[in-house]
Write a protein that binds this ligand. Structure first.
Ligand SMILES: C[S@@+](CC[C@H](N)C(=O)[O-])C[C@H]1O[C@@H](n2cnc3c(N)ncnc32)[C@H](O)[C@@H]1O
Length: 684
């Protein structure tokens, strides 16, 4: 997830570069802290006089700027929704009402309440009953017109009946009857009929409940997926990780994860929420801004038309923290074409108040001790940034980017602690300079933004979901053939401590907002538990892997496949089998035995003892059949069952054979696909 400087940044960087004479350049090069770098750049006349307006106007990225709520647009979409209803196309109506809501200005509460009422009707027809009730609740809380309330109370009552929540249904029918008194626009006969029907329902319900001894209503169905859990105990020092993981340190490799005991393939090793994460602009109206889940029934931000949330909880979290500041600057950020990495660097600030950073700044350079908490910025601050290896040009480039992000923070009201309420006007971009009253904040927060940009270069992860094709009627959704789609960028502080291997031992996927890391191999106590930063040895040649890792992550990979020149999957030979030497002394050697070998006791070239390959072959005789069963379970979407089979096979393989060989990686690859199928997905 490298920063890419598209949009108007290229020109901005070039202009500033050209304005810097040798003295200025030297002055900048001699600066030793991030704070000083940002403060110095901000003080340059070239920055202060840089006019962004024409760049923004010319920029072809990121859509419109500024973007405002738009009642006319909202009404137009609502009308289209109503037309869809007339055609009986409830799914389309649901979509159009949701789109309409996004554009309703905050003060138009009645308009919004009508949209929630209309959407609740669509949801009810689509048999999404819990969601119907949620929209009715929202509609009533927003002051839905009194003369229409009988409609939503009646819908609520009937929805509760379907859910067998009869006690609540009684109250809703009673409310329907009261609301009918105010239903001025309803003609007399219809009103009378509804009243009679509701009374009849009340009678039936009351009788039924008395006969049944007044049982309690069932609990509302929970729609949010349960929080994933580590199966055993957590590591007390790194609570996001299992006690099967510890973090070690080596001068060359820095921190890295190892196994505290034997780990079996399939075990969950880490579950973590991001410290910060940012959804890509293109998903901002389809996925929750806060947890990245696809929202089929989105809740709009009341203040901007830019983002949606999956629930009141996510909306509240965002509004109380980062989104209050980002709400009005998002269009400018997207228009600028800056990468999601830059946005995360900003979010790492906006999610906490300025005072928080003031408090921790005094001793931020001291490594924190104690429990390693995901939510503690100080842990993030000490992630790898390779500051000592950076060139002056690198610092200059990132500092220029920081100047823009600092300007955005000023515009957002962050430095004053007062989120702005109005969209940004183009004339506010006459200068990249920041008001001098914010000089101290610019140095502190700007310095942290610059640090964040460096940290994110090496520690950010992509958040993805599986996009699966719509199943044919009566068929299961086939998730293992889904396409992984990059939705967001995020930083997971504990996972960021795992080093890379081209033959990783884990797979990661997303479950709600959590990243879940599972073992895809059996890992021995003391062995490194490595993840993968991109290139895998089975598909990418060694030179390319090494070059990519060096360029992106600044290290020389010395994993086993790199050291031992393991072949690509396609080049793995099937002419012989790689038996582990099974002498009674521990011997690391591999005994390569041709398939057509006639002998069964083979001498090890290293320890000179004999390995009984017949015994090994016997233990493997069922693996082909087991693999077929695992594959069949996977094809039927029975992922848990398939994973169990693959785990059993790996156990047998590991007792006898030494990788790399094709059937081992076939099994791992299929197990990975099954594990990914357990994570977030959407149907396209
Ligand atoms: C996400 S961090 C991993 C944790 C890091 N080692 C630490 O101490 O915080 C990525 C950085 O770790 C180092 N690293 C990761 N994998 C490595 C490997 N296989 N060998 C050597 N260094 C590695 C590199 O410096 C890389 O830029």
């Amino acid at each position: 997830m490298c920063a890419n400087y598209e949009g108007f940044f290229k020109k901005f960087h070039e202009t500033i570069d050209n304005c810097m004479d040798d003295v200025t350049r030297n002055n900048f090069a001699n600066l030793e802290t991030n704070s000083k770098r940002v403060a110095y750049l901000c003080s340059l006349p070239a920055i202060k006089s840089y006019d962004l307006r024409s760049d923004i106007e010319k920029s072809e990225t990121g859509g419109e700027f500024p973007v405002k709520k738009d009642l006319e647009k909202a009404r137009q979409l609502k009308d289209e929704g109503n037309k869809a209803v007339q055609k009986g196309d409830w799914a389309k109506a649901l979509q159009l009402y949701s789109q309409s809501m996004v554009f309703v200005p905050r003060k138009e509460t009645e308009e919004l309440s009508i949209l929630y009422a209309n959407r609740s009707a669509a949801l009810s027809h689509l048999e999404q009953y819990e969601e119907t009730l949620s929209d009715i609740k929202r509609c009533l809380s927003l002051g839905y017109p009194r003369h229409l309330r009988y409609k939503v109370y009646e819908r609520k009552a009937r929805t509760l009946l379907v859910l067998k929540r009869n006690q609540e249904a009684i109250t809703a029918f009673q409310n329907t009857i009261s609301a009918l008194d105010e239903a001025e626009s309803l003609n007399k006969e219809k009103r009378q009929k509804m009243r009679t029907d509701a009374k009849l329902m009340l009678e039936i319900l009351n009788k039924g409940l008395t006969l049944a001894g007044n049982p309690k209503d069932p609990e509302p169905l929970k729609k949010t997926p349960p929080k994933p859990k580590l199966p055993g105990k957590n590591n007390p020092q790194y609570p996001a990780a299992s006690e099967a993981i510890q973090i070690d340190f080596d001068e060359k490799k820095g921190r890295y994860a190892t196994a505290t005991r034997d780990i079996q393939a399939g075990e969950t090793l880490l579950i973590e929420r991001p410290f910060s994460g940012v959804l890509l602009g293109e998903y901002s109206r389809t996925h929750c801004q806060n947890c990245f889940i696809k929202c089929s029934i989105p809740l709009p931000c009341p203040n901007c038309p830019n983002v949606v949330f999956c629930s009141e909880k996510c909306s509240d979290t965002a509004q109380k923290t980062y989104h209050s500041y980002e709400c009005q600057i998002l269009p400018l950020l997207w228009k600028s074409g800056c990468s999601v990495t830059c946005h995360i660097a900003l979010r790492m600030i906006t999610q906490n108040r300025k005072e928080y950073f003031n408090e921790i700044s005094a001793n931020i350079d001291e490594k924190p001790t104690g429990v390693y908490k995901t939510s503690d910025y100080r842990n993030i601050y000490h992630l790898v940034a390779h500051e000592d290896e950076r060139t002056k040009q690198d610092f200059l480039h990132r500092s220029q980017m920081t100047v823009f992000l600092v300007k955005l923070l000023e515009i957002s009201g962050y430095f004053d602690g007062k989120p702005r309420e109005k969209p940004v006007e183009i004339d506010e971009l006459k200068s990249m300079g920041v008001d001098e009253k914010h000089n101290e904040a610019v140095a502190l927060i700007g310095g942290l933004v610059l640090k964040n940009l460096q940290i994110l270069q090496f520690n950010a992860h992509e958040v993805f979901e599986l996009q699966c094709p719509k199943p044919r009627v009566g068929k299961n959704i086939i998730k293992h053939n889904g396409k992984s789609v990059f939705l967001a960028g995020a930083i997971f502080p504990t996972l960021a401590l795992f080093n890379h291997s081209c033959d990783p031992s884990v797979v990661r996927y997303f479950c709600g907002p959590y990243i879940v890391v599972k073992a895809v191999k059996n890992i021995k106590k003391g062995e490194e538990v490595a993840e993968n930063y991109g290139p895998i040895f089975t598909t990418v040649p060694k030179e390319n892997r090494q070059a990519d890792l060096k360029e992106q992550y600044w290290f020389d990979c010395t994993c086993v496949p790199c050291q031992q020149n393991w072949p690509l999957y396609e080049e793995m030979t099937e002419n012989y089998m790689r038996f582990k030497c099974d002498s009674d002394r521990p011997c690391p050697n591999v005994v390569a035995v041709p398939y057509d070998c006639q002998e069964f006791m083979i001498k090890c070239g290293l320890c000179e003892q004999h390995t009984n390959i017949l015994k090994g072959l016997k233990s493997l005789q069922d693996t082909d059949m087991m693999y077929k069963l695992g594959r069949a379970a996977m094809e039927e979407g029975k992922y848990g069952e398939a994973i169990k089979k693959f785990v059993e096979i790996l156990k047998l393989y590991d007792a006898t054979l030494a990788p790399p060989y094709k059937s081992y990686y076939d099994c791992i690859q299929d197990m990975r696909r099954c594990m990914l199928a357990l994570g977030n997905y959407s149907i396209v």
